[in-house]
Design a protein around this ligand. Structure first.
Ligand code: DX5
Ligand code: ZN
Length: 220
Protein backbone atom coordinates (compact mmCIF):
# COMPACT_ATOMS: atom_id res chain seq x y z
CA UNK A 1 0.00 0.00 0.00
CA UNK A 2 1.14 3.54 -0.67
CA UNK A 3 2.27 5.55 2.31
CA UNK A 4 -0.06 8.36 1.27
CA UNK A 5 -3.45 6.93 0.37
CA UNK A 6 -5.58 8.11 -2.54
CA UNK A 7 -9.37 7.90 -2.17
CA UNK A 8 -11.30 8.76 -5.36
CA UNK A 9 -14.72 10.24 -4.52
CA UNK A 10 -17.47 8.41 -6.38
CA UNK A 11 -19.65 11.52 -6.13
CA UNK A 12 -17.99 12.59 -9.38
CA UNK A 13 -18.46 9.20 -11.08
CA UNK A 14 -20.87 8.59 -13.95
CA UNK A 15 -23.85 7.10 -12.07
CA UNK A 16 -25.13 5.56 -15.29
CA UNK A 17 -21.92 3.56 -15.37
CA UNK A 18 -21.28 3.14 -11.68
CA UNK A 19 -20.02 -0.44 -11.93
CA UNK A 20 -17.52 0.59 -14.61
CA UNK A 21 -16.26 3.49 -12.49
CA UNK A 22 -15.97 1.37 -9.32
CA UNK A 23 -14.00 -1.21 -11.30
CA UNK A 24 -11.76 1.55 -12.65
CA UNK A 25 -10.91 2.41 -9.02
CA UNK A 26 -10.39 -1.31 -8.23
CA UNK A 27 -7.87 -1.60 -11.04
CA UNK A 28 -6.04 1.67 -10.28
CA UNK A 29 -3.37 2.80 -7.82
CA UNK A 30 -6.13 4.12 -5.52
CA UNK A 31 -6.30 2.83 -1.96
CA UNK A 32 -9.91 3.48 -0.87
CA UNK A 33 -13.33 4.20 -2.38
CA UNK A 34 -14.61 7.50 -0.90
CA UNK A 35 -18.40 7.52 -0.60
CA UNK A 36 -20.27 10.79 0.12
CA UNK A 37 -23.71 10.46 1.72
CA UNK A 38 -25.69 13.74 1.94
CA UNK A 39 -29.13 14.27 3.43
CA UNK A 40 -30.22 17.69 2.12
CA UNK A 41 -30.38 18.94 5.74
CA UNK A 42 -26.83 19.03 7.06
CA UNK A 43 -25.70 20.08 3.58
CA UNK A 44 -27.77 21.75 0.84
CA UNK A 45 -27.61 18.72 -1.45
CA UNK A 46 -28.74 15.08 -1.57
CA UNK A 47 -26.34 12.52 -3.05
CA UNK A 48 -27.23 8.85 -2.63
CA UNK A 49 -28.15 6.46 0.14
CA UNK A 50 -28.05 2.84 1.20
CA UNK A 51 -29.16 1.04 -2.00
CA UNK A 52 -26.44 2.79 -3.99
CA UNK A 53 -23.81 2.12 -1.31
CA UNK A 54 -24.87 -1.56 -1.43
CA UNK A 55 -24.43 -1.60 -5.21
CA UNK A 56 -20.96 -0.04 -4.84
CA UNK A 57 -20.06 -2.64 -2.21
CA UNK A 58 -20.99 -5.45 -4.57
CA UNK A 59 -18.30 -4.37 -7.03
CA UNK A 60 -15.69 -2.64 -4.85
CA UNK A 61 -12.54 -4.52 -3.89
CA UNK A 62 -10.93 -1.79 -1.77
CA UNK A 63 -11.94 -0.41 1.64
CA UNK A 64 -15.06 1.78 1.71
CA UNK A 65 -14.39 5.20 3.24
CA UNK A 66 -17.88 6.50 3.99
CA UNK A 67 -18.32 10.24 4.65
CA UNK A 68 -21.68 11.02 6.25
CA UNK A 69 -22.86 14.59 5.68
CA UNK A 70 -26.07 14.04 7.61
CA UNK A 71 -27.68 15.18 10.83
CA UNK A 72 -27.98 12.69 13.70
CA UNK A 73 -25.61 10.11 12.19
CA UNK A 74 -25.99 7.82 15.24
CA UNK A 75 -29.21 6.50 13.71
CA UNK A 76 -27.32 4.88 10.84
CA UNK A 77 -24.11 3.53 12.38
CA UNK A 78 -25.21 -0.11 12.36
CA UNK A 79 -26.66 0.27 8.86
CA UNK A 80 -23.32 1.38 7.45
CA UNK A 81 -21.48 -1.35 9.36
CA UNK A 82 -23.83 -3.88 7.72
CA UNK A 83 -23.16 -2.26 4.34
CA UNK A 84 -19.45 -2.98 4.78
CA UNK A 85 -17.97 0.44 5.58
CA UNK A 86 -14.35 0.24 6.74
CA UNK A 87 -14.14 3.88 7.85
CA UNK A 88 -17.25 5.76 8.96
CA UNK A 89 -16.79 9.54 9.18
CA UNK A 90 -19.30 11.82 10.89
CA UNK A 91 -19.24 15.61 11.02
CA UNK A 92 -18.10 17.33 14.21
CA UNK A 93 -20.86 19.91 13.60
CA UNK A 94 -23.56 17.20 13.44
CA UNK A 95 -22.74 15.44 16.71
CA UNK A 96 -23.96 16.62 20.11
CA UNK A 97 -22.28 13.68 21.86
CA UNK A 98 -19.26 13.09 19.66
CA UNK A 99 -17.44 10.86 22.14
CA UNK A 100 -20.42 8.53 22.36
CA UNK A 101 -20.77 8.45 18.57
CA UNK A 102 -17.10 7.51 18.15
CA UNK A 103 -17.44 4.65 20.63
CA UNK A 104 -20.55 3.40 18.82
CA UNK A 105 -18.76 3.41 15.45
CA UNK A 106 -15.85 1.43 16.89
CA UNK A 107 -18.16 -1.02 18.71
CA UNK A 108 -19.79 -1.70 15.35
CA UNK A 109 -16.37 -2.77 14.02
CA UNK A 110 -15.45 0.27 11.92
CA UNK A 111 -12.71 2.90 12.06
CA UNK A 112 -14.08 6.16 13.43
CA UNK A 113 -13.63 9.38 11.46
CA UNK A 114 -14.53 12.99 12.25
CA UNK A 115 -14.90 15.61 9.50
CA UNK A 116 -14.33 19.31 10.19
CA UNK A 117 -16.03 22.04 8.17
CA UNK A 118 -13.73 24.85 7.00
CA UNK A 119 -14.83 27.06 9.91
CA UNK A 120 -14.27 24.44 12.62
CA UNK A 121 -11.01 24.82 14.52
CA UNK A 122 -8.87 21.71 14.98
CA UNK A 123 -8.34 22.55 18.67
CA UNK A 124 -11.93 21.39 19.28
CA UNK A 125 -10.64 17.83 18.89
CA UNK A 126 -8.14 18.16 21.73
CA UNK A 127 -10.24 16.02 24.08
CA UNK A 128 -11.20 13.33 21.57
CA UNK A 129 -8.15 12.98 19.30
CA UNK A 130 -7.01 9.74 20.97
CA UNK A 131 -10.40 8.21 20.15
CA UNK A 132 -10.36 9.22 16.47
CA UNK A 133 -8.88 7.00 13.75
CA UNK A 134 -9.17 9.64 11.00
CA UNK A 135 -9.83 13.37 10.82
CA UNK A 136 -11.26 14.53 7.50
CA UNK A 137 -10.28 18.16 7.01
CA UNK A 138 -12.81 19.69 4.62
CA UNK A 139 -10.97 21.88 2.15
CA UNK A 140 -14.28 23.07 0.62
CA UNK A 141 -17.70 23.59 2.19
CA UNK A 142 -19.30 20.14 2.08
CA UNK A 143 -22.19 19.42 -0.25
CA UNK A 144 -20.81 19.60 -3.78
CA UNK A 145 -17.94 18.31 -5.86
CA UNK A 146 -15.92 20.54 -8.14
CA UNK A 147 -15.36 23.50 -5.78
CA UNK A 148 -12.07 25.31 -5.34
CA UNK A 149 -9.62 24.38 -2.63
CA UNK A 150 -9.53 26.69 0.43
CA UNK A 151 -5.91 27.74 1.02
CA UNK A 152 -6.29 28.01 4.81
CA UNK A 153 -6.40 24.19 4.82
CA UNK A 154 -2.60 23.91 4.92
CA UNK A 155 -2.49 25.83 8.19
CA UNK A 156 -5.20 23.59 9.68
CA UNK A 157 -3.35 20.43 8.67
CA UNK A 158 -0.15 21.66 10.31
CA UNK A 159 -2.05 22.49 13.53
CA UNK A 160 -3.84 19.13 13.49
CA UNK A 161 -0.59 17.23 12.94
CA UNK A 162 0.91 19.06 15.94
CA UNK A 163 -2.11 18.11 18.08
CA UNK A 164 -1.82 14.45 17.02
CA UNK A 165 1.89 14.45 17.92
CA UNK A 166 1.32 16.25 21.22
CA UNK A 167 -1.27 13.67 22.27
CA UNK A 168 0.71 10.74 20.79
CA UNK A 169 -2.44 9.80 18.88
CA UNK A 170 -2.61 7.35 16.01
CA UNK A 171 -4.88 9.42 13.77
CA UNK A 172 -4.79 9.73 9.99
CA UNK A 173 -5.37 13.13 8.37
CA UNK A 174 -7.58 13.09 5.27
CA UNK A 175 -8.15 16.07 2.97
CA UNK A 176 -11.45 16.37 1.11
CA UNK A 177 -12.33 18.94 -1.55
CA UNK A 178 -10.56 20.51 -4.49
CA UNK A 179 -7.55 18.19 -4.29
CA UNK A 180 -5.38 18.10 -7.44
CA UNK A 181 -1.74 17.53 -8.36
CA UNK A 182 -1.27 21.29 -7.70
CA UNK A 183 -1.89 21.08 -3.93
CA UNK A 184 -1.12 17.40 -3.16
CA UNK A 185 2.56 17.88 -2.41
CA UNK A 186 2.06 20.79 0.00
CA UNK A 187 -0.78 18.90 1.71
CA UNK A 188 1.50 15.93 2.30
CA UNK A 189 4.37 18.06 3.58
CA UNK A 190 1.86 19.75 5.93
CA UNK A 191 0.89 16.33 7.36
CA UNK A 192 -1.82 14.75 5.18
CA UNK A 193 -2.09 10.94 5.00
CA UNK A 194 -5.14 10.46 2.74
CA UNK A 195 -6.16 12.55 -0.28
CA UNK A 196 -9.75 12.44 -1.54
CA UNK A 197 -10.22 13.51 -5.15
CA UNK A 198 -13.49 13.61 -7.07
CA UNK A 199 -13.64 15.87 -10.11
CA UNK A 200 -9.89 15.85 -10.63
CA UNK A 201 -10.03 12.06 -11.16
CA UNK A 202 -13.40 11.44 -12.80
CA UNK A 203 -13.49 14.46 -15.10
CA UNK A 204 -10.02 13.62 -16.42
CA UNK A 205 -9.63 12.09 -19.86
CA UNK A 206 -7.80 9.14 -18.31
CA UNK A 207 -8.92 8.62 -14.68
CA UNK A 208 -6.62 5.64 -14.09
CA UNK A 209 -3.55 7.59 -15.19
CA UNK A 210 -4.72 10.59 -13.17
CA UNK A 211 -4.91 8.47 -10.00
CA UNK A 212 -1.42 7.11 -10.69
CA UNK A 213 -0.09 10.62 -11.24
CA UNK A 214 -1.71 11.97 -8.05
CA UNK A 215 -0.33 9.04 -6.07
CA UNK A 216 3.15 9.61 -7.41
CA UNK A 217 3.02 13.35 -6.66
CA UNK A 218 1.80 12.54 -3.13
CA UNK A 219 4.29 9.77 -2.47
CA UNK A 220 7.46 11.33 -3.88
C1 DX5 B 1 -17.84 17.33 -0.83
C2 DX5 B 1 -17.48 15.88 -0.73
C3 DX5 B 1 -16.25 15.53 -1.45
C4 DX5 B 1 -16.32 15.76 -2.93
C5 DX5 B 1 -14.95 16.12 -3.41
O1 DX5 B 1 -18.88 17.62 0.00
O2 DX5 B 1 -17.29 15.50 0.62
O3 DX5 B 1 -15.80 14.21 -1.16
O4 DX5 B 1 -16.79 14.64 -3.64
O5 DX5 B 1 -15.04 16.47 -4.75
P1 DX5 B 1 -13.93 17.33 -5.47
O6 DX5 B 1 -12.65 16.53 -5.40
O7 DX5 B 1 -14.48 17.47 -6.84
O8 DX5 B 1 -13.81 18.63 -4.73
ZN1 ZN C 1 -16.29 13.50 1.05
Amino acid sequence: MNQIRIAPSLLAADFGNLQRDVEMVNNSDADWHHIDVMDGVFVPNISYGMPVVKAIREHATKPLDVHLMIVDPDRYIQTFADLGATVLTVHYEACTHLHRTLQAIKSAGMKAGVALNPHTNVSLLEDTINDIDLVCVMSVNPGFGGQSFIENTYRKVVALKALIKKRAANTLIEIDGGVTDQNAHQLVTSGADVLVAGSYVFKAENPTATIAHLSSVANN
